[in-house]
Design a protein around this ligand. Structure first.
Ligand code: NAP
Length: 322
């Protein structure tokens, strides 16, 4: 009796994250891949949900010093989606993200993975010639350079700013008259790319694993919509019916006025202010990037208005169940 060859196995690191969940769910739904998910807790709601959808789960924290465990967890995988969880910056120069990313990449290589998709961002240090310090961008780019030096196929997705930042980190403030103030880390009228990582990452990564040769060595932005902060607030008011106004949290002083808790971590503050100055002055994406690609391969990628309608968000804090 002949048996059909197994479907290729793809392993997803950080599978309880918004990006990881999107990738694992989309690959499983395609029916074309077996999916292994790595998380730090087997009992977290996102990991349990993925197991119910057919994923195999392995517990491996994404932290330094786990290379042997990561290699074992990646063994047998044809492909891997690799990413780093949010990390707080520390005193320069050494940051944890570069070392972790390299460890993940080396584990994939040691495990014999043939195609890695890395969730990266632009190299701010190179693009600004050292003028701005945004390690969570630059270190992802340095990990990318390391991955490119390894003998395996690699592709790179660069996610835009997340719509969910306004639910998780920069939540609108309720005024005494019931209206909302959106203190936004961007000037009012500068168009910026945004995305819903929970629904847009998966289709982009599926397309890449489906066509390894087409996307070998490629860097691919993942965008839902390019719009201004003022347009975001106006759209929010129109869709939700809640009165809302824009306020600037762009400069260091404005950011601290609206979100004083950021004062607790000077490095985080420096990085956040540097990040938005970078995006405004240099562009979130380098000029050579194809800003249309992700919306071409995924016509369902949510615009801000579609995200607001789909989530019925009314300005309250919201988490993602991890
Ligand atoms: N926010 C933005 O606008 C933006 C834009 C582009 C790129 N990014 C990048 O996106 C990444 C974050 O992605 P995301 O927002 O999708 O993540 P997320 O939803 O915030 O999830 C992070 C997950 O990682 C898990 N986690 C945290 N520490 C972990 C560890 N040590 N080992 C294993 N799992 C761990 C947590 O799950 P459990 O608690 O269940 O373990 C959590 O669910 C960051 O690298 C960030 O720089 C962000």
């Amino acid at each position: 009796m002949s048996t059909l060859p197994d479907k290729p196995l793809i392993t997803v690191a950080g599978a309880s994250s918004k990006q990881g969940r999107s990738v694992a769910t989309t690959l499983l739904a395609s029916g074309r891949y077996r999916v292994r998910v790595l998380g730090r807790r087997a009992d977290s709601a996102p990991i349990r949900a993925l197991v119910e959808q057919g994923a195999e789960a392995i517990v491996v924290p994404l932290e330094l010093g786990r290379q042997a465990e990561l290699t074992a967890a990646l063994r047998g995988s044809h492909g891997a989606f690799l990413m780093t969880p949010p990390t707080l910056p520390v005193a320069p120069p050494d940051q944890p993200e570069l070392a972790l990313g390299r460890e993940l990449a080396d584990a994939a290589h040691a495990a014999g993975v043939r195609h890695v998709v890395w969730s990266g961002l632009e190299n701010v240090q190179a693009r600004t010639q050292g003028a701005l310090w945004v390690p969570h961008f630059t270190e992802k780019a340095q990990v990318e350079a390391h991955i490119r030096s390894l003998p395996m196929i690699s592709s790179f997705v660069y996610l835009a700013f997340f719509y969910s930042n306004f639910q998780e980190y920069y939540v609108p403030q309720r005024n005494s008259d019931g209206s909302l103030t959106f203190a936004i880390y961007l000037p009012p009228d500068v168009p910026m790319p945004f995305v819903d990582p929970l629904t847009a990452t998966g289709p982009a990564v599926l397309e890449i694993f489906d066509h390894p040769q087409r996307y070998a060595g490629k860097t691919l932005p993942v965008i839902g919509e390019i719009l201004t902060a003022r347009q975001m607030v106006d759209t929010f008011t129109r869709v939700s019916g809640c009165e809302a106004r824009y306020a600037s949290a762009y400069s260091r002083e404005e950011l601290l006025r609206h979100f004083p808790a950021f004062a607790a971590n000077e490095y985080l503050l420096r990085e956040l202010v540097g990040m938005v100055e970078y995006a405004v002055r240099y562009g979130y994406y380098a000029p050579e990037r194809d800003l249309e690609w992700s919306r071409t391969i995924d016509s369902n990628a949510l615009t801000w208005e579609e995200f607001l309608r789909a989530t019925r968000w009314r300005g309250q804090p919201a988490g993602y169940g991890a």
